[in-house]
Design a binder for this molecule. Structure first.
Ligand code: NDP
Ligand code: 2IT
Length: 444
């Protein structure tokens, strides 16, 4: 495989799709060796078939705002690969959403879903709709209009969307209601549903919990744990919330959270009612984290990322490319020994190179945040059986899945000197499973 040539060709076909090209480069560079050891992949053109989505649906989403004015947004669903199961992946509603961002997320999702050990293919979708500052009625009308177009593409055995940035229980509810009406069926067509209508216990907590379970497995390889550690978290959304809850439960002190406006530094630890306050902030329809600092009388650092704060463990849980080379150098300088990505691709390639050079524990999102989609997979299983499992059962399954993913990373990413390259481990394990399935199933 000639990675540079493939990337040059891709860039010609998809100019300016920076995030997508970044994600493809990372995967291709780390699977090159495994790919070259399997000549059947080359003759089946597995790479050429993997890097392009099976199909992309783009559509307009017209909706009326509270003043009766009609607004128009863009909607997307990218069905990337379904070799190992129905297309599966979240929907992101954020003004920054474009094709490049959704293609990077959909591409990553293929390998992440393969790692979960559950039968799910890769997909992503969303809209440039901004839920911030919108009324419930506006969000409902937008979601209904979005689903009016999307419903033809999806189904419990075809493609199962879920949440991501800007899409939580409220949005899933409005979209599910519209789907149910159009399809005239109650099925597990979306995950992240409410408890009363097919949702799974632990799904809201799953991504953050899973990230901490994964980081804990990494720490164990060094005889360490979360107990007594200082943790820096970025973001203040769903993933940051779950990670703060579990890290605190395991005896760590979470000292930061952040938003697009800056970061909060709380040296006493973000715990108990303070973690509940994160939920209120997120539901408040604003995109600022500063009110936390005002409520609890702690420091707020406007326009800055939390990576300048001394910590043992960093959990980036906000968004892509939020941790750059300088941040990585700062973390290392201040003694950070473990970075586990709750968000998708939050560390830039230069930052990852710094972590690898320093030989600290570093887990890429496609391994460390796979607990969210894994628990979506468990929601699909429960829906298919028309049963629901207890909190203890779902949490135990999630925990086991994170341990299994960690094990797959160690097996495929251990270097000669014993250092585990979790990026390589995750990419190789996910890729081999999907590539073998594609070879088995012929050219389709
Ligand atoms: P939420 O919408 O719940 O929260 C996203 C958080 O990140 C918000 O607080 C958001 O603020 C903040 N944020 C967005 N941009 C920035 C920025 N530039 N700087 C600092 N903070 C920012 O989304 P999730 O918690 O669900 O998603 C967070 C990350 O985790 C994303 O990368 C997502 O893809 C990933 N992920 C999510 C999973 C899930 O199950 N939900 C599963 C696996 C990964 P604001 O909205 O105000 O801009
Ligand atoms: O990035 C992700 O893995 C998610 N947003 C969760 C996807 C899902 O289908 O639960």
């Amino acid at each position: 495989m000639n990675v540079e040539k493939i990337l040059i060709d891709l860039e010609k076909k998809h100019p300016g799709e920076v995030e997508y090209l970044q994600a493809v480069r990372e995967v291709l560079e780390s699977i090159e060796e495994a790919y070259n050891q399997n000549p059947q992949f080359e003759s089946a053109s597995i790479i050429e078939r993997l890097v392009e989505p099976d199909r992309i649906l783009t559509f307009k989403v017209p909706w009326a705002d509270d003043h009766g004015k009609v607004q128009v947004n863009l909607g997307y669903r990218i069905q990337f690969n379904n070799a190992i199961g129905p297309y599966k992946g979240g929907l992101r509603f954020h003004p920054s959403v474009n094709l490049s961002i959704l293609k990077f997320l959909g591409f990553e999702q293929i390998f992440k879903n393969a790692l979960t050990t559950l039968p799910m293919g890769g997909a992503k979708g969303g809209s440039d709709f901004n839920p911030k500052g919108k009324s419930d009625g506006e969000v409902m009308r937008f979601c209904q209009s979005f689903m009016l177009e999307l419903w033809r593409m999806i189904g419990p055995e075809t493609d199962v969307p879920a949440g991501d940035i800007g899409v939580g229980g409220r949005e899933i509810g409005y979209m599910y209601g519209m789907y149910r009406k159009l399809a005239r069926e109650n099925t597990g067509v979306l995950t992240g549903k409410g408890r009363g209508w097919g949702g799974s216990l632990i799904r809201p907590e799953a991504t953050g919990f899973g990230n901490v379970y994964f980081a804990n497995e990494m720490l164990k390889t060094k005889g360490e744990s979360f107990a007594g550690k200082r943790v820096c978290i970025s973001g203040f959304g769903n993933v940051a919330w779950g990670a703060a809850l579990k890290a605190t439960e395991l005896g760590a002190k979470v000292v930061t959270i952040s938003g697009p406006d800056g970061y909060v530094y709380d040296p006493d630890g973000i715990k108990g009612e303070k973690i509940d306050f994160m939920l209120e902030l997120r539901a408040s329809n604003n995109d600022v984290v500063r009110p936390y600092a005002e409520e609890f009388g702690v420091e707020f650092h406007a326009g800055k990322h939390p990576w300048e704060v001394a910590c043992d463990i960093a959990l980036p849980c906000a968004t892509q490319n939020e941790l750059n080379k300088e941040d990585a150098l700062n973390l290392i300088k201040n003694g950070c020994k473990c970075v586990s990505e709750g968000a998708n691709m939050p560390s830039t390639p230069e930052a990852i190179a710094v972590f690898h050079e320093a030989k600290i524990l570093f887990a890429p999102g496609k391994a460390a945040n796979a607990g969210g989609v894994a628990t979506s997979g468990l929601e699909m299983s429960q829906n298919a059986m028309k049963l629901s499992w207890s909190t203890t059962e779902v949490d135990a399954r999630l925990h086991q899945i994170m341990k299994d993913i960690h094990q797959q990373c160690v097996i495929n990413g251990k270097q000669a000197d014993g250092y585990v390259d979790y990026v390589k481990g995750a990419n190789v394990a996910g890729f081999i499973k999907v590539a073998n399935s594609m070879v088995d199933q012929g050219v389709i």
